[in-house]
Each structure stands twice: as C-alpha cells, then as structure tokens.
Design a protein around this ligand. Sequence first.
Ligand SMILES: Nc1ncnc2c1ncn2[C@@H]1O[C@H](COP(=O)(O)OP(=O)(O)O)[C@@H](O)[C@H]1O
Ligand SMILES: [Mg+2]
Length: 359
Amino acid sequence: MQDNLTKWNWKSNPFVLTIDPKLFTGYEEQVKAMMNHIENKHKVALLTGNTGSGKTSMLKWLEYNIRENVFYVSKPPQNPDMFVDIALDAFPLTFWEKILKKKPNLHNLPKYINNKLKGNHLVFLLDEAHETNKDVLEWLRVTVDQIDNVSLTMAGLPVLEEMLKEKLETLDQRITNRITLTSLTRDDTRDLIRKRIESVGGSGTIPFTEDAIDKIYHRTGGFPREVLKHCDKLISRVDKKVIDASDVDGLREFTPQNVRVDEPVVYFSPKPPSMDQIKSLPYKQRKIVELLSNENWVTPSLIIEKLDFKSYKTKGHAIRSTNNILHRLMLDGFVQRESRGKTFMYSLTPKVKTMFVEA
Ligand SMILES: Nc1ncnc2c1ncn2[C@@H]1O[C@H](COP(=O)(O)OP(=O)(O)O)[C@@H](O)[C@H]1O
Ligand SMILES: [Mg+2]
C-alpha cells in the first residue's frame, strides 16, 4: 500500500470512508431542495437514503456552508433532557446568566433559544434520526412549534419515513420536504474520485482510466460508499501504475453489494436507462413511463384509472399488477417513489424525466 501511495505521490489513501465537506460532490437536485427548505425557513425536512448514500456528508456540507446558527447532532439522544446540554454547547450561558443561575431546563429551553437567536434563523440537523424514540420526537415537535424561526432536517434510513408516521403523526404532518439520496451520476462519480485523489496531492483521476471509471460506475451504480470501496480495493490490489477496465473486471470476488439495508427497495439502477431502452420496454411498462412523463407525482390508482388496461379481471388484479410493474421500473431506474400519507406516489427519476424533456 505504502508503495502505491508513493507511486502516485499521494500523501495518504484518498479512499478511506471519511467525511470532508470540501469533497462533497453531485446530488445537485437534492442540494437545491435542502437549500430551498432552509432559505424558505420551512419547519421540517426528511432526508432519507441507505447507509453510505451520503446523508451525513450532506448534513456536514450544510453545516460547513451555513456556518451560523447551525446545530448538527450526530445521533438523537435517548432522553430529551440531553438537548439542554446540546443547546448550551451551541448557545453558551453568558457571564451574567451564570451568575444569576439562568441555566435553562427542558421546559424553558425553547424560550432560552429564542432569546439567544434574537430573531435569527436556526438550522437544526439531526442525523441517524431513525433511532429517535417517542419522547425525543415529542420534544422535537414542541421545539419546532415553539422556536420562532427553526428549520429542522431529520436524516436517516428509509425506514424513518414509516417510523415517523407510526410514532408521531403530529410531527409527520409538519414535514414539508422529503428528500431522498439515491446515487451519483457517471460524471459525479468521476468527480468524486478526482476530488479525493487531488485532496491527497494526486493528479486528476490518475491512475484510473476513463474506461475504468465507467466500469466502476456500472458496478456500483454510483452509490458513493461502494465507489470508494471499489477504488480502495483497486489501488491496494492492483500492482500497476495504471488501472483500467480489465482491472475492475478482475475484482471478481468483490461483487457489488445489494445496497438495501432494511427496506425492500433498491434505489439505484446499475446503468442509467436510455431512450432506446424506454422504446423497447414491454407495452404496459412503456405506457406507464409515458404517462408519468406528463405528470408529476401520481398514485397507482390514478395510473390504473388513466390507462384503463382492459385485460384485468378485477380491480385487485389491476392494482397488484400495476404495483409489480412500478416496482420493476423502480429497480431499473426509470421510476422513483415517495410515501405520502398512507399511499405511495410515483414519478419518473430526474434523469429519465430530462430525457423526455430533451426528446
Ligand atoms: N455526495 C458525496 N460526495 C462525496 N463523497 C460522498 C458523497 N456521498 C457520500 N460520500 C462518501 O461516501 C461515504 C459514505 O457517506 P455517508 O455520508 O457516511 O453516508 P450515510 O450517512 O448516508 O451513511 C463517506 O465516506 C462519504 O465521504
Ligand atoms: Mg451517516
């Protein structure tokens, strides 16, 4: 390994799984949606994605770029009382407050924070939010209601969505933005690799050839953690100066992992679909994609209503079959879904949508 580092003039291994906001890449739409949430001072956003999709990276990027009145919590505390200490870290007591023993308790904490904020906007970022217990959720709900000017972002695994709906409907109702991290594009994958290499003193994407990067992208679907792991394996196992596509093929025993963690949905496709692929889809799949290209978010029942396929015996058959087709389309990267209330809504993935706009 050490040899490899000197071979390319690297100060250290660029592919360790660390988080540095300066190396954040891609996810343009999601970044825009997050910034929009914050600039508009919306109350609650959910940021979901599988382990390694980049949630913590995104929050750290926001923290780094906002800088003022931003408050990142890496894990929800077990007990709401701990928010007092967290808040005191962010907004310490003044000399006089100490003398007068004005340390806040949980009950008057919103008031204390409002005083400290003096009308300024507070950005509250909570990571690993799927681990939040009901007491803490209750407290978060009270907090977003009582702090004048706060935007909360809760980041967690996809189960967070269901978990909130079940545990605390009243907080769920305050969610205005639901943002999902899936995977990077081919160009962003290249950029991620390049930034990492340059950050340790290397040059461009050396030692990877463009073909090698293509292969890495296809094998990882652009899933950030997997990209880094592939690169790490390659630089430590390949004993050459240049790494090309055949070396990526050579990583046989290292099959790409199914990134699903605890939801039966894999949110990335191995390859971004092409217009030709859309044209050669089976009839019903193609009809659904075409319908979605003219809509924003739709429910399966609206799809059934609009398409009116005659071949189904009963409504139940139609629903099951449509859900299966949507699932297939989702696995192949044509379609994405979000849960809204008690139902799921579907739309084309941004990439496929753009293809229709361009066509
Ligand atoms: N958009 C991104 N740009 C650059 N690196 C990323 C990005 N997303 C994830 N990574 C890298 O992938 C790894 C996993 O990301 P992380 O933010 O820890 O994911 P999560 O919090 O969703 O589990 C980290 O090493 C991180 O640096
Ligand atoms: Mg994380």
